[in-house]
Design a protein around this ligand. Structure first.
Ligand code: HMG
Ligand code: MG
Length: 307
C-alpha cells in the first residue's frame, strides 16, 4: 500500500453540512462553530454559500456569517458561488476563495442551478476571471461524478468534459463529488485511473458523501492512488437538497481519527475537532451520523462522582 505522509482535510460542514438542514441555525451559532473549527487547526473552511436564499434558505445569512467569523491567520475561508451576483456578495463579505460548482450530469445541473451544462460554462468563466482579477483563488466542484440521482451512472467522458473546461479557466483545484454517496472502491479506482492520466493528483480533491457507508473505503483507495486532498464535514452533516437521497459527507472526525491512527499528518487537533462536532450536534438537536460522536459522547458528571 502506498500511504501519504500528509493529507489535507478541507472542512465543508458550515456549507455542505448546513445547507441540507431545514431548521435555521442561528447566525451566531454558525459563527461560533466556524471559530471552533479554525481553533481545531483546519487551514481551509468552506463557510457558506452565496447562492439564492430562495433555493437555500439555511444560508441566507451568508454575508453576516462571512463577516462575523474571527479570522485566524493562515486559514482560507472559502464560499460557494454560482454566478456573478454570488461573487459580488462574496467579495463584499471578504471571502478568500470562491468555489464554483456544476454537475457532470445534465439533469442534476438543471435541478441544482437551473441551467443546462453547456450554458453554465460561460457563467463560471466570467466568475472565475472576475474572482482572479480581484486577487482571489478559485476552486471548482464537479458533482455527480460517480452517479446522478436522476440519470444513474455517469459516463466518464462527461466528467472529463466538465473538468477540462474548468481547468481551462485556470482553476487551481477540482473537487470531484460523489454527490449521492453511491461510489464504491472499484469504481473509484477505475475513475481515478482515467482522470490521473489527464490531471496531476495535486490538483484533484475528492468529496465523498457517506450515504451508504462507503466514503472511508473510497478515501483509502483514492489515497493509495496518490490523492491527498479530501473534503469532509464535522458531525457527518451534509447533503444536497437538489439530489434526492443524498445524505451526509464523510464525517471529518472519523476521517481524522483514521488518519491519526495511521500516522498520517493532518494538522488537525482531534480533541478540538470533537468539541466542534459536539457543538454543532447540540445546535442541530439530534444525533449526527459521525461514528466518533457515538463512540465518545460528552462526559457527564453524575451525582456522587469525584472526590
Ligand atoms: P435562477 O432562479 O435561475 O436565477 O437560479 P436568476 O439568475 O434567474 O435569478 C432569480 C433571482 O435570484 C433574482 O432575484 C436574483 O437576483 C436572485 P429576484 O429578481 O427574483 O428578486 N439571485 C441571487 N440572489 C443571491 N445570490 C445569488 C443569486 N443569483 C440569483 N447568487 C441559481 C439560479 C444558481 C441562483 C439558483 O439555482 C441557486 O442558487 N442554486 C444553488 C443550489 C445549491 O446551492 N445547491 C447546493 C450546492 S451544490 C452541492 O451541494 C454539491 C457539492 O457539495 C459537491 C457534491 O456533493 O457533488 C458542491
Ligand atoms: Mg456535497
Amino acid at each position: 500500500m502506498n500511504w501519504p505522509q500528509h493529507v489535507k482535510v478541507k472542512e465543508v460542514g458550515p456549507r455542505d453540512g448546513l445547507q441540507n438542514e431545514s431548521v435555521f441555525v442561528p447566525t451566531e451559532h454558525k459563527i461560533a462553530w466556524i471559530d471552533r473549527l479554525s481553533s481545531a487547526g483546519f487551514d481551509y473552511i468552506e463557510v457558506t454559500s452565496f447562492v439564492s436564499p430562495k433555493w437555500i434558505p439555511q444560508l441566507a445569512d451568508a454575508i453576516q456569517v462571512a463577516r462575523g467569523i474571527t479570522r485566524k491567520p493562515g486559514v482560507i475561508y472559502a464560499a460557494l458561488v454560482p454566478n456573478m451576483r454570488g461573487l459580488e456578495l462574496a467579495l463584499e463579505a471578504g471571502v478568500d476563495e470562491a468555489a464554483v460548482f456544476m454537475s457532470a450530469s445534465e439533469t442534476h445541473n438543471r435541478k441544482n442551478i437551473n441551467k443546462p451544462v453547456a450554458d453554465t460554462f460561460p457563467i463560471l468563466r466570467e466568475v472565475v476571471n472576475e474572482a482572479r482579477s480581484a486577487g482571489k483563488s478559485v476552486r471548482g466542484y464537479v458533482s455527480t461524478v460517480f452517479g446522478c440521482p436522476y440519470e444513474g451512472k455517469v459516463d466518464i467522458d462527461r466528467v472529463v468534459r466538465v473538468a477540462d473546461e474548468l481547468f481551462a479557466m485556470e482553476i487551481g483545484e477540482i473537487s470531484l463529488g460523489d454527490t449521492i454517496g453511491a461510489a464504491n472502491p472499484r469504481q473509484v479506482e477505475a475513475v481515478l485511473e482515467q482522470l490521473l492520466r489527464r490531471y496531476p493528483a495535486e490538483r484533484l480533491a475528492l468529496h465523498y458523501h457517506d450515504t451508504r457507508g462507503t466514503a472511508l473505503a473510497n478515501i483509502l483507495v483514492s489515497m493509495n492512488m496518490g490523492i491527498t486532498r479530501f473534503d469532509a464535514s464535522a458531525g457527518g452533516l451534509g447533503g444536497c437538497p437538489y439530489a434526492p437521497g443524498a445524505s451526509g459527507n464523510m464525517a471529518t472526525e472519523d476521517l481524522v481519527y483514521c488518519l491519526r491512527e495511521m500516522e498520517i499528518e493532518t494538522g488537525v487537533d482531534f480533541e478540538k475537532l470533537m468539541d466542534a462536532a459536539r457543538y454543532i450536534q447540540e445546535q442541530i438537536g439530534r444525533t449526527l451520523p459521525s461514528r466518533n460522536l457515538l463512540a465518545c459522547p460528552p462526559q457527564t458528571t453524575t451525582e456522587g462522582d469525584g472526590p
